[in-house]
Ligand binder design. Structure first.
Ligand SMILES: *Cc1c(COP(=O)(O)O)cnc(C)c1O
Length: 365
């Protein structure tokens, strides 16, 4: 794919720590907003073509001084991840499947011609950072510490080519409970003007441009009172892909189906975990192309029992109403379905250490 020298990739880096002498006041657990407050420290590691990844370090959270010609500003060579640290009832801090996020970060890197990052160093970096800021992991039910790893191209150069310098960083943000008043179904609307991704494009990578390109559609449906966009495939605008920044599941006539990873869908860690849990419970999940017409038809026949989005932020987001081709389709009477609820309770139960973790998904900090 890209000509990248990955000779350094298997070397576990030492991580130096510079403690922040000016600790901030922590926000109240009741008043946390998503992604607005950041902790006392950040993780950084640099890449230079000649020496590979180097200088892994935890430093005080601070602004970056960057050359205006830094390539990330011009051609968007950047990737990101999103995962969370959870506080258990015993006060421990733990991560949910972080190695899946790191593996996906490296798949995104490969697609964007960014050099691979040593997975062990990335995990150690995240653990070291969360550990030094562990008092920032909120205690209130449903709250968590959001972890945002990302890579940017830092070389100052206006040529369109993969950069020779990058920075890998991790920042942390305490976030409130996604559902204040219990898990609540949302209304979504099918998008048939804009598309999110096409096969062969960058839809499989967690890269900034996918999100910049999705905002017009999100604004459009929000103005009509819908919470999320239901994306169709970019080629035929026939098959369902994702809902907002979540993967989607349907329960139709007792069967659970989800779009297969077609090449333009983001392979969610939550999606993968939901499929595993359902399999554990003896419920097969069909991963296949799902035409919008199939879902609408099922709804008309009264066979569309449940629909939900799945992603790290909301975990499970039940869908109570689907707007398509000028018509509203009500799902399960705007109520959270039993399966959606069971998946939600089980996943969050594992994440917060309330129930057994049968697949070694939890990594302690
Ligand atoms: C991050 C993301 C998801 C969900 O992935 P998780 O790993 O479950 O958080 C789904 N779709 C898009 C477009 C995303 O960016």
């Amino acid at each position: 794919m890209c000509h990248i020298d990955t000779k350094e990739r298997f070397i576990l880096q030492q991580i130096s720590i510079t403690e922040n002498p000016n600790k901030k006041d922590k926000p109240n657990d009741n008043a946390l907003q998503f992604g607005k407050t950041f902790t006392d420290h950040m993780f950084i590691m640099d890449y230079d073509k000649e020496i590979g990844w180097h200088d892994a370090r935890v430093v005080p959270y601070q602004p970056l001084a960057m050359d205006p010609a830094s390539m990330v500003f011009h051609y968007g060579q950047t990737v990101f991840e999103g995962l969370k640290a959870y506080r258990t009832d015993r006060g421990d801090v733990q991560l949910f499947r972080p190695t899946e996020n790191i593996a996906r970060l490296n798949r995104s890197n490969a697609r964007m011609c960014i050099p691979e990052i040593d997975a062990d160093t990335a995990l150690k970096g995240i653990q070291t950072l969360v550990d030094i800021d562990r008092d920032w992991v909120p205690h209130l039910e449903g709250t968590s510490l959001y972890i945002r790893p990302f890579v940017i191209a830092t070389e100052a150069y206006l040529g369109v080519a993969p950069a020779s310098k990058y920075a890998f960083m991790v920042i942390l943000s305490p976030v409130g409970a996604y559902y204040d008043a219990g898990i609540n179904p949302v209304k979504i609307a099918v998008e048939n003007e804009y598309i999110r991704a096409v096969k062969g494009g960058t839809g499989e990578a967690k890269t900034a441009g996918n999100y910049a390109g999705s905002m017009a559609a999100q604004e459009k449906v929000a103005a009509l009172g819908y919470a999320q966009v239901l994306w169709l495939d970019g080629h035929e605008k026939k098959y369902i892909e994702e809902v907002g920044s979540m993967n989607i599941f349907f329960k139709i006539n007792g069967k659970v189906i989800t779009p297969h990873l077609s090449g333009s869908i983001l392979p969610g860690v939550t999606r993968k975990s939901v499929i595993q849990l359902l399999n554990d419970w003896g419920i097969a999940v069909e991963e296949r192309p799902i035409a919008l017409t199939e879902v609408l038809e099922a709804s008309r026949k009264g066979e569309l029992e449940e629909a939900f989005g799945a992603g790290t932020a909301a975990v499970i987001s039940p869908i109570g109403e689907l707007f398509a081709d000028g018509e509203s389709y009500i799902i399960n009477n705007h109520k959270t379905g039993d399966l959606s609820k069971r998946v939600y309770e089980t996943l969050t139960g594992i994440q917060y250490g309330r129930i057994e973790d049968p697949h070694q998904w939890i990594v302690r900090v």
